[in-house]
Write a protein that binds this ligand. Structure first.
Ligand code: FAD
Ligand code: SIN
Length: 541
């Protein structure tokens, strides 16, 4: 089956939905999303969205904080333009009905690690859910946006899919849509589009412990890499310092760790070891409000030094009613897990949270393929450098979704877009292979390998070991993939393997410690003139 549209958008988080809304002002859109439309990292965002709203704050301060967190690797122009555009995009969200928490007539601006000012707009501790609600409501009013749920993008349509050119081309130049698996009918649909936006979000599910929901299997990064699109800085995986420590077995929980927002530390939460001692003053003058890489590494170090499984986050010195008012979701979820956070310490551990690298895009969201744009967590815009500042992610996704829409408008207007005949998905002759246990085992193996060897603290020997393990799983997976009809688990396994490969490859290239990449073999950060982004381009397409 085949469908045609002006613009194909893959993903229904903040980036995909906001882009759809903007593009629908001038063109038809098909938006595909893997599960139901709300399920996304966006939906779980707690702390909020950073922007300069307070008259005592300034663009310069927000820029400076972002550059400091980014450890010398941010693109200043990308940061400055995002920060300056921030208030306009926040206004767009408010205009479509997003209700941010207010204190009287003013927005209640919170503070988080690495921010020199209170500048985080939030909707209690359910900011992402509120943004998704408002965006979905607006998108559903538009007749020229068609949404397909339970529709998983498999691969991008490029020169590689022109009949007869399969073997001869080793360079793609254009993107004309994607192959999509409709999981409700088990059918692959070819969606042909003049322009495509990848807004597929993060890759936390590459790791054993993550704050990301099950959809975050890095599909966009992997599809882009397979198509020969440039991707960069994949080594910079952000580990959130404080996810809820649970003793539930993996089969009992739903695949991701519940986040205890950074805003809890902004509110005065203190980190304590199991014996009750404070420790952050030993690591950074900003203590609990140091940037995340520093806090996560400090916790990791305390846990390893003491042989313990978790540290505590303590709010018990704060007013109980204020805690409940500010963090109703965290309060309730902890209570279900038998912790009353107004009276008891919360057990926490770091977990994989955010990918700072991704598809290299310019200031307009354009990737290295003509017709392929990207926005949100799947990108490397230059905004985050080696470490993302808290609550800059929702802002970046919003700003770049808007810019993708603007540049596609120009692209459709001024380019001659000739779409060649493209191959239908062909699964004739392949076996329906249902050895799911092989897939589950490999998924677990990848997650454990990445957690143990490519986590918060790395070394050459760990990276080499991880590379060998992942390479074996890669070969086994490709072999299986060629023999089977496609189904969700094999696609996701393939994608987490590809993401793991790129993370390890980039980590091996970075022979220094910087931001989120810390290796005991090169513990120092090199002087700034030696700094480079690690850009990868797959030549074996
Ligand atoms: P997502 O919101 O993840 O959306 C991706 C979409 O793509 C989903 O709809 C998914 O189903 C779909 N998709 C994926 N693969 C495919 C495929 N193959 N085919 C079809 N569809 C696909 N950032 C902040 O700035 N502030 C915060 O307070 C904050 N809190 C966070 C809390 C948690 C628990 C988590 C996990 C993240 C948090 N972040 C926060 C980060 C932020 O939420 C994300 O980076 C951001 O929401 C990403 O938006 P996105 O639109 O790029 O991706
Ligand atoms: C949080 O609420 O701690 C998450 C904020 C973020 O990831 O930016």
């Amino acid at each position: 089956m085949s469908l045609k549209t002006d613009v194909l958008i893959i993903g229904s988080g903040i980036a995909g939905l906001f882009a759809a809304l903007k593009v629908s002002e001038y063109a038809d859109v098909i938006l595909v999303t893997k599960k139901n439309k709300a399920e996304s990292n966006t939906n779980y965002a707690q702390g909020g969205i950073a922007s300069v709203i307070d008259p005592n704050d300034s663009f310069e301060k927000h820029v400076e904080d972002t550059l400091i967190a980014g450890a010398g690797l941010c693109d200043r122009e990308a940061v400055e333009s995002m920060v300056k555009e921030g208030p306009d995009r926040i206004k767009d969200l408010i205009d479509i009905g997003t209700m941010f928490t207010r204190k009287g007539n003013e927005f209640d601006l919170a503070k988080e690690g690495g921010h020199s000012m209170s500048r985080i707009l939030h909707a209690k501790d359910l900011t992402g859910q509120e943004i998704e609600r408002a965006l979905i409501h607006s998108v559903e009013q538009k007749v020229n946006i068609k949404i397909f749920e339970n529709a998983i993008a498999i691969d991008l349509l490029t020169e590689h899919n022109i009949p007869g050119k399969l073997k001869s081309l080793n360079e793609n130049m254009n993107c004309w849509g994607a192959y999509i698996l409709d999981t409700s009918k088990n059918e692959v649909v070819k969606i042909i589009a003049k322009a495509t936006i990848l807004a597929t979000g993060g890759l936390g599910q590459v790791y054993l412990h993550t704050t990301n929901p099950l959809i975050a299997t890095g599909d966009g990064f992997a599809m882009a890499y397979r198509a020969g699109v440039e991707i960069g800085n994949m080594e910079f995986i952000q580990f959130h310092p404080t996810s809820f420590y649970s003793t539930k077995s993996r089969s009992e929980y739903d695949g991701h760790s519940f986040l205890i927002s950074e805003a809890v530390r902004g509110f005065g939460g203190l980190l304590r070891t199991k014996d009750g001692g404070l420790f952050m003053h030993n690591y950074d003058a900003r203590k609990e409000l140091a940037p995340r890489d520093i806090v996560a590494r400090a916790i990791d170090n305390e846990l390893k030094k003491r042989g313990e499984d978790f540290v505590y986050l303590d709010l018990t010195h704060k007013n109980s009613q204020e805690i409940i008012d500010h963090f109703p979701n965290i309060y309730q979820t902890c209570l279900i897990n038998n912790i009353d956070i107004t009276k008891e310490f919360i057990p926490v551990v770091p977990a994989a949270h955010y990918a700072c690298g991704g598809i290299v895009v310019d200031l307009n969201g354009q990737s290295s393929l003509t017709g392929l744009y990207a926005s949100g967590e799947v990108t490397m815009t230059g905004v985050h450098g080696a470490n993302r500042l808290a609550s800059n992610s929702l802002l970046e996704a919003l700003v770049y979704a808007y810019r993708c829409s603007n540049s596609i408008k120009e692209f459709l207007k001024y380019s001659e877009i000739l779409i060649p005949e493209l191959l239908d998905w062909d699964d004739s002759g392949v076996l329906t292979y249902d050895e799911r246990v092989l897939i589950t085992h490999s998924i677990n193996e990848v997650k454990q390998t990445m957690w143990d060897y490519v986590g918060i603290v790395r070394s050459n020997i760990r990276l080499e070991r991880a590379e060998r393990r992942i390479h074996n799983i890669f070969r086994e997976t490709e072999d299986l993939y060629k023999k089977t009809n496609v189904f969700q688990e094999i696609l996701e396994l393939r994608n987490i393997v590809t993401c793991s490969h790129t993370i390890i490859k980039s980590a091996k290239l970075r022979k220094e410690s910087r931001g989120l990449h810390y290796t005991i073999d090169y513990p120092n950060t090199l002087p700034s003139e030696k700094i480079q982004n690690t850009i990868l381009k797959n030549k074996n397409i």
